[in-house]
Ligand binder design. Structure first.
Ligand code: ZN
Length: 892
């Protein structure tokens, strides 16, 4: 059938509507145009005069504006196309009006004025097309001309600006506010920058700037050169509400606006800060707020009180936390054992030790009564902990800390705006290093979940095929072979798949720590867990050792990834240590890429109910007595002595969300703790701390390695846990509850306590990924690293640590520099030896600030490190009223 040759009536209708709409839009435009005709004429005059005098400025604008406007156009069409705006000219006006409504402040005035001339005369202003190379040389001139532009702003559209500003505002506070609000808007999405909008999902209450998020952002430019770093950043930052086509002139307008917003005083002159800012981005941090000078007075007594209380908290931490007297870089190197499984008999020392009130006391000899390494007693600790809790609940301290944290956050955003390009460039110019070949330590991974599900499945299948007749378990009164076990479960090797294995965390585990723990049972069978994932079973943990060796060899093959495996000691009997040590030595599980932590599950109530423990003291005896024995006389536990050389930390694990009673200042001693209830977290923590403290003092005095307290803390439950850990712990795993307490968060920042975070694990258990505070903590400068926690339950790929980094990088838009900084943190937080750290981070890694950073090893630009360091120093000076003392070296 032929098509009708005449056009259908519907098309006529459409054409009519189209022309009608175009006509409307055009007339609307001309009315609009005439209404601002005067302003326009004035603008053109000035711009022409300027274009003759300041060519470089224009080139700069052209380079950093005018491209990539497709996205914005699309938005405009979708939003406004239905109004009948058939022509491009009509469409152009809409975003302008939308921009005016979006930002009630400075953007309103400039959103209109700056884009208007573009409609008519864009090409007149930008017909020349000079090369970028030339323009680089004009940087100084460009700067000067951008300063000239300030006059133009003042004379062109003075009234609007003046209305919105308090002339009496101090220049600095005004600049900070302004920059903050700009920074709150999304930062440009380029590979070298990042956005942290999700950080705003924190549980903290506070002034909501979230609405800023709806402002469409003009995509930034990535190719800006170092010379232009500062200016272009401001340019792309401020080109918020202006359409792409208008950006050529708009950028210059908004560049000026950012400058005015940031720096100018209201007579149109730039303050000295601005000059510093533009001319010397490296030291900008000092120019944002003046550093507190030594002995400087506080603004008021309230502020002084707050700072005093915070100082007191920090000093308390100093009093408790164990640090080596001689840091490892100053000590003479420990005799390196070439064979980690070879035991040389060691002469026992004459030390004597006694357990008194739950804490081991060490004496020089049997007859001595003077305690060698006294440690604060429990009453003192609980009193101090209550002081921290009191400070935490003080309203003034809370608001002060909240504001300091917000300030830190905004300061980091500002740093990125100014320096992201420089950082990216520095990384590019560091030869050889990139994210893949810098050292990363998985600082928090449970050994019994260290393989992924596919790996475990493959291993089980291969064992079932190769060793079906191995007697593996004693169950229901008889010994069973592996084959019989699977027959009893009605399973064959062929049936097995990852779904049947069912070890992965899913929806059912959220807020269900108990269900999460059940996922350790392959196919839901505790007997399979005992056979494959325990080291104290009938086959003496041979299967677990074999799969561990496979994991270790994968780790070694990756070369740049390290792990700190956490393995359990339950405290049910004293022989557990020797059993674990012999498993380690007999199966040759030493690796250059791995070290070990011991985790103690907080299960007193379970053992009490089972009858394996009569008092809490039993657990302490079982856990700590063997350690002191092996330290005083290594010959008594030769394998344990060897194993302890690989043990760097002590961990407390279990469900923190279980309800518990807050300890009082006077608690029963562990021997008196015979009731059926589990002691509170801080009670466990104190007794582990006190015994480890004494043990470490003893081990250090004998030239042995030490064991740091690095518990799980702040994953769920009360903030008490975090208060106790602030006083006692080297670093902590998780710490996501810090988002609920600004005071502790700020104190953790000041003390730079390591947070070994596992957002994917939190996502399965306690906190959705998009609400995780990790990116916010990172911005604020807390000492964070990424770790996997439980690859068996959580991760899908062969390299779980990279998976963790990968998801974080994508979801939170971490730049390469951010990732490298996090990886660097992980090495510092880890317990690897001084020699290893020097090899991985650089010979001077123990120095604070950029002096300790070697970009050729870490791929982190000095600029980033010195920003973090200077910022931290300023905060410390603020708290200590200018009298903070900074040691040269990092804390050991
Ligand atoms: Zn964990």
């Amino acid at each position: 059938m032929d098509r009708p040759s005449s056009t259908p009536p519907s098309l006529h209708m459409a054409m009519a509507a189209f022309f009608g709409a175009s006509l409307m839009a055009l007339s609307a435009f001309y009315i609009h145009k005439r209404s601002v005709d005067q302003v326009l004429r004035r603008l053109i005059e000035i711009r022409r005069a300027q274009s003759r005098s300041s060519r470089p400025q224009r080139e700069q604008e052209e380079l950093y504006g005018g491209d990539d406007d497709d996205e914005y156009d699309g938005d405009g069409l979708r939003e406004f196309g239905s109004d009948g705006g058939g022509t491009a000219v009509a469409l152009r006006d809409y975003p302008r009006s939308s921009s005016t409504s979006m930002d009630g402040n400075g953007h309103r005035s400039y959103g209109i004025s700056s884009s208007l001339p573009n409609v008519a005369v864009t090409t007149e202003w930008f017909e020349e097309d000079d090369k970028f190379e030339q323009s680089v040389g004009y940087e100084a001139q460009a700067r000067a001309s951008s300063l000239d532009n300030l006059n133009f702003v003042a004379s062109g559209l003075p009234s609007l600006r003046k209305d919105q500003r308090d002339r009496e505002n101090a220049q600095l506070s005004c600049s900070y506010k302004r920059i903050a609000s700009l920074g709150r808007i999304m930062t440009p999405r380029s590979p070298s920058r990042n956005t942290f909008e999700s950080a705003e999902d924190s549980d903290e209450e506070g002034p909501g700037l979230e609405n800023d998020d709806c402002i469409p952002f003009y995509p930034g430019n990535t190719e800006s050169s170092d010379n232009y770093g500062v200016n272009t950043n401001i340019c792309s930052l401020s080109a918020v509400p202006i359409r792409g086509d208008d950006a050529k002139c708009a950028n210059s307008e908004t560049l000026r606006e950012a400058k005015t917003g940031a720096d100018i005083q209201h007579d149109g002159k730039t303050g000295s800060t601005s000059v510093n800012l533009v001319g010397n981005g490296l030291t900008f941090s000092n120019t944002v707020l003046p550093p507190r000078i030594a002995g400087q007075e506080f603004a008021n007594t309230e502020e002084e009180e707050v700072c005093k209380m915070l100082c007191e908290c920090l000093n308390l931490r100093k009093k408790y936390v164990y640090r080596e007297e001689v840091p490892p870089w100053k000590a003479k190197p420990l005799a390196k054992n070439s064979d980690p499984y070879h035991f040389d008999p060691v002469e026992p020392s004459s030390h004597d030790f006694r357990m008194e009130d739950g804490v081991v006391h060490v004496y020089a000899s049997k007859n001595d009564s003077e305690e060698l390494f006294p440690v604060a007693n429990s009453t003192e600790f609980f009193t101090d902990m209550h002081y921290i809790l009191k400070v935490m609940s003080n309203g003034n301290v809370r608001s002060a800390c909240y504001h300091r944290l917000r300030f830190l956050e905004e300061k980091f955003r500002l740093h990125l705006l100014l320096n992201a390009d420089r950082e990216f460039l520095a990384q590019k110019s560091a030869p050889h290093r990139d994210f893949y070949n810098i050292r990363k330590v998985d600082t928090h991974i449970h050994h019994s979940a260290c393989m992924n599900q596919k790996h475990l499945l493959r291993f089980i299948k291969s064992k079932l095929k190769k060793e079906p007749d191995e007697v593996v378990i004693f169950r229901d009164g008889k010994y069973m072979t592996l084959k019989e076990v699977f027959e009893s479960l009605d399973l064959t090797g062929y049936d097995l798949n990852v779904d049947l294995l069912d070890v992965h965390a899913d929806k059912s585990t959220f807020h269900r720590f108990d269900k999460f723990n059940l996922k350790y049972n392959p196919c839901g069978q505790s007997r399979l867990r005992e056979i494959f994932l325990k080291q104290d079973n009938l086959i003496q943990g041979r299967f677990l050792a074999e799969v561990t060796k496979e994991v270790l060899s994968d780790l070694e093959a990756s070369k740049y990834q390290m792990a700190e495996y956490r393995i359990s000691v339950y405290g049910r009997k004293q022989s557990e240590w020797d059993q674990l040590a012999s498993w380690f030595v007999n199966n040759s599980l030493y690796s250059e890429n791995a070290i070990w932590l011991i985790q103690l599950p907080r299960l007193y109530n379970v053992y009490k109910n089972m009858g394996t423990a009569t008092s809490f003291q039993n657990i302490l005896d079982n856990v700590f007595i063997p350690l002191f024995e092996a330290t005083v006389n290594p010959n008594s536990h030769p394998q344990l002595h060897l194993f302890l050389m690989q043990v760097v930390g002590f961990d407390l694990v279990d469900d923190e969300s279980k309800p518990e009673r807050r300890p009082t200042k006077h608690m029963p001693t562990p021997a008196e703790w015979t009731n059926e209830f589990n002691p509170a977290y801080s009670y466990y923590l104190y007794y582990c701390y006190a015994n480890l403290y004494t043990l470490n003092k003893l081990r250090e005095s004998k030239g042995m390695t030490t064991i740091k307290l690095r518990p799980h803390c702040g994953e769920a439950g009360d903030v008490d846990h975090l208060a106790a850990a602030l006083l006692l712990c080297h670093n902590i795993s998780h710490g996501i509850i810090l988002r609920k307490t600004p005071v502790l968060q700020y104190l953790y920042y000041l003390a730079q306590i390591g947070l070994l975070m596992s957002p994917l694990s939190n996502n399965s258990l306690f906190l959705d990924y998009h609400r995780n505070p990790m990116p916010m903590f990172f911005q604020r400068g807390l000492n964070v690293s990424l770790s996997t926690d439980d690859p068996l339950q959580i991760h899908l790929t062969k390299e779980p640590l990279l998976e963790e980094y990968s998801v974080a990088a994508k979801v939170w838009k971490f730049s390469a520099c951010d990732l490298c900084e996090i990886a660097r943190n992980s090495v510092y937080q880890s317990g690897f030896s001084h020699e290893a750290k020097a090899h991985w981070l650089g010979d001077k890694y123990y120095l604070r600030g950029s002096k300790g950073n070697d970009i050729h090893k870490t791929n982190v630009p000095n600029l980033r490190i010195s920003f973090r360091h200077e910022t931290w120093k300023e905060e410390m000076q603020y708290i200590y009223a200018g009298e903070a003392i900074f040691p040269e070296d990092v804390d050991p």
